[in-house]
Design a protein around this ligand. Structure first.
Ligand code: PAD
Ligand code: ZN
Length: 375
């Protein structure tokens, strides 16, 4: 049956209020408007950013459908859409690429200005949403929303991928892989023989470790308060595991003592100002590079020791590995298909969408690197 131009009724998970349990509901998904794409989701990962948004730590407007790390098939397209067509395999992109704004036009910029971090990110570009439930408007998350069988996303936030892509796994290449692996290989350009320290060994931290290892780092120190993360981290390339709660002194001091001079590269993949500071303090004072990947709660601040800044080390924020998303992210899918990168160790759990609550239980219990929900 041709569903284009028709509203589709399907199942979706809704966050009705901050910190509430998600509920799976029947929702109506409008057809895509001009410049938009309606996607039938095949899989979606559960990212730390979704958890932050559901807890009300970010700028999401409630009620909304969470999720951004999605892989699916284009069901229909709105007027003027040229980069994808019905039947194409695609990834949803939390950072779009409009190719018109100052970030997109700059050779280094990737934080497209159409991705605003203000509350309106819950809306489509025309200021409304494409979802309703029981007659009530339901907002998008970061203009994507992937905890749903169907979603509508602006064309600028959709990347066409290789037809051979396994749709039960490549959702991770929508966010986790470019964010983590990309932070190491593309943003930091980790050097051969270097020492790296990675704060947070969850989904993003694990992908960072993969990138450090692939870049030839000789020592990778992993920091996490959950020691259950250590065996998998070691398997990915972590050489030393530290649980900050096991030390009387701050963990950055432990890293300094272990390395003598500080790390060449430090990555924060948790999203807390304290661990951002610890990452900064773990770097070599002169040439160390500290990458902030974790998303801190709204309105939190970072306070640095100002006189210490002059010594030369760099702090850099990084979103999706600094990749221009539509231009670059599909290459990571091809790299996976050609066995140049292996994302399989990042997929620890796959569950049907209706077991969403179990998936979140596993995530909150710290058992997962990434759990993928399958539709
Ligand atoms: P995750 O929950 O899988 O991993 C977080 C890890 O941090 C877990 O292993 C925790 O045990 C550990 N942890 C928590 N608190 C502490 C602490 N105080 N000290 C040490 N370890 C701790 O989440 P994730 O890996 O999916 O996401 C991590 C962060 O990255 C999160 O803030 C998310 O919003 C952010 C993110 N950023 C981007 C980007 O482009 N910059 C993209 C996607 C996710
Ligand atoms: Zn842009």
């Amino acid at each position: 049956m041709d569903t284009s131009d028709k509203t589709i009724t399907c199942r979706a998970a809704i966050a009705w209020a901050a910190n509430s349990t998600l509920s799976i509901e029947e929702v109506q998904v409008e057809p895509p408007k001009a410049g938009e794409v309606r996607i039938k989701l095949a899989s979606t990962g559960i990212c730390g950013t979704d958890d932050h948004a559901i807890k009300g730590l970010l700028s999401a407007i409630f009620p909304f459908i969470p999720g951004h790390e999605g892989a699916g098939i284009v069901e229909s397209i709105g007027k003027g859409v040229t980069s994808v067509k019905p039947g194409d395999k695609v990834l949803t992109l939390i950072i779009p690429q409009c190719r018109e704004c100052s970030s997109c036009l700059h050779p280094k910029g990737n934080f497209c200005e159409k991705q605003d971090v203000l509350p309106s990110s819950g809306l489509m570009l025309d200021g409304t949403s494409r979802f309703t439930c029981k007659g009530k408007k339901i907002y998008h998350s970061f203009r994507t929303s992937t905890f749903t069988e169907y979603t509508v996303v602006p064309e600028i936030a959709v990347a066409k991928i290789d037809d051979a892509a396994p749709m039960d796994k490549v959702s991770l290449i929508s966010c986790e892989v470019p964010t983590g692996y990309g932070a190491a290989v593309h943003s930091a350009k980790v050097t051969h023989g270097s020492t790296c320290v990675v704060f947070g060994l969850g989904g993003i931290g694990s992908a960072i470790v993969m990138g450090c290892k692939a870049s030839g780092a000789s020592r990778i120190i992993g920091v996490d308060i959950n020691e259950e993360k250590f065996p998998r981290a070691r398997a990915l390339g972590v050489t030393d595991c530290l649980n900050p709660q096991k030390f009387k002194k701050p963990v950055q001091q432990v890293v300094m003592e272990m390395t003598g001079v500080g790390a060449d590269f430090a990555f924060e993949a948790i999203g807390l100002s304290d661990t951002m500071l610890a990452a900064w303090d773990s770097c070599h004072r002169s040439y160390g590079v500290c990458l902030i990947v974790g998303v801190a709660p709204l309105n939190s601040k970072l306070s640095l020791d100002a006189p210490m800044i002059v010594s030369g080390r760099t702090m850099k924020g990084v979103c999706l590995g600094d990749y221009k998303t539509r231009d670059c992210i599909h290459h990571l899918v091809t790299d996976y298909l050609q066995n140049k990168i292996n994302i399989d160790p990042l997929v620890t759990h796959q569950l049907p969408f209706d077991q969403l609550h179990k998936a979140f239980e596993l995530y909150h219990a710290g058992k997962t690197i990434r759990c993928i929900l399958l539709f």
